[in-house]
Design a protein around this ligand. Sequence first.
Ligand SMILES: NC(=O)C1=CN([C@@H]2O[C@H](COP(=O)(O)OP(=O)(O)OC[C@H]3O[C@@H](n4cnc5c(N)ncnc54)[C@H](OP(=O)(O)O)[C@@H]3O)[C@@H](O)[C@H]2O)C=CC1
Ligand SMILES: CC(C)CCC[C@@H](C)[C@H]1CC[C@H]2C3=C(CC[C@]12C)[C@@]1(C)CCC(=O)C[C@@H]1CC3
Length: 343
Amino acid sequence: MAIMDADYLVIGGCGFLGQHLCERLLERGYSVRVFDIRKTFENEKITFIIGDLCKKEDLMAAIQGVSCVFHCASPSPLSNNRELFHKVNVEGTKLLIQLCKWAGVQRLVLTSSASVVYEGKDIKGGHEDLPYAAQPIDAYTETKIMQEQIVLAANTKDFYTCAVRPHGIFGPRDPHLLPTAVDLARRGKFKFIIGDGKNLVDFTYIDNVVHGHILASENLGGGSVVCGKAYNITNDEPIYFWTFMTQIVTGMGYDAPKYHLPYLLVYFIAVFLMLISRLLSPFCHFIPSFTPMKVALAGTHHFYLCDRAKKDMKYKPLVSLDDGIRKTIESFERLKNGGEGDS
Ligand SMILES: NC(=O)C1=CN([C@@H]2O[C@H](COP(=O)(O)OP(=O)(O)OC[C@H]3O[C@@H](n4cnc5c(N)ncnc54)[C@H](OP(=O)(O)O)[C@@H]3O)[C@@H](O)[C@H]2O)C=CC1
Ligand SMILES: CC(C)CCC[C@@H](C)[C@H]1CC[C@H]2C3=C(CC[C@]12C)[C@@]1(C)CCC(=O)C[C@@H]1CC3
């Protein structure tokens, strides 16, 4: 059955970022089509096509008759599936580019990650020209690096691509950050601050990430300075990691972490547990709560400059960190200590 042309196709549009992106695009009067492996919401203004990014026949049904594609799909960054990361983030992205060209799509905006330059060591005011991590912190990040390289290399005089690099996205309907932190707190595993608690990081409220994506798409086109480039998008308000996390967990009704543990001690325990987990994997499925990736992110500086986005796209955050934290906590009533999710 023929489907209506659309201004935008949002791949991964039923996810956390994807749904917020669709909502804002509709508010701005754009027509929106969603392609996702699952359907998580209803909206009569949106055409949903459910399929797998890795399957050519699925994607062909969605890719025709759109002006711009947002590629937000990825397996969960907290899952531990190297093969799936490579299948979706690398092979799926290659297929997407091939079909964009086949269908005559002119613009592709990739949701990459600021972590593509992060090797688990301090980054203070990181800019986009830093080299890709030679030793990525995990398989997810390894495939995000490959994905971004593929997309930016695909930019030509007829097919315009760019990448948006958000960091530490949070907000209503976040399925990763807040639920994981609340689960740790609920299980009594949020009593300790890893390191001295003075590591500055970026957390980015979802509305600002969406804003950066829409600006990127609107500025992407023939002869544009945006073509073939990556852009950090953050709240531009670096905050102590443990100050942010404490505001989140106390706002959700749990106690603030009190005691400090040496960063290197926790990091090497996490590496040891990861090795045990791999050794035991043929016999049992044991995933440690504290992986080396999480511990590194919890114990090092990692904040980035948005100067390039400010200059090329006139980006500036729409929602402050404080307002974003307040809105997020208000939206997660069901996960509050003693709430319905406490069963
Ligand atoms: N959350 C964060 O802090 C950050 C996220 N990013 C990037 O932002 C993007 C969006 O992340 P986020 O919204 O948090 O993630 P979500 O997991 O909420 O959304 C991703 C969506 O893509 C879907 N998807 C996964 N595999 C496929 C596939 N093979 N075919 C079609 N759809 C698929 C997912 O379905 P299912 O859930 O069933 O897998 C999900 O609906 C990702 O590319 C991520 O790498 C970058 C920086 C930070
Ligand atoms: C050690 C614990 C106290 C950490 C609890 C919070 C974490 C679950 C989150 C803190 C930083 C977050 C983060 C991501 C996922 C959730 C956290 C680890 C990403 C890995 C998501 C995908 C990306 O592209 C990069 C993000 C960096 C920050």
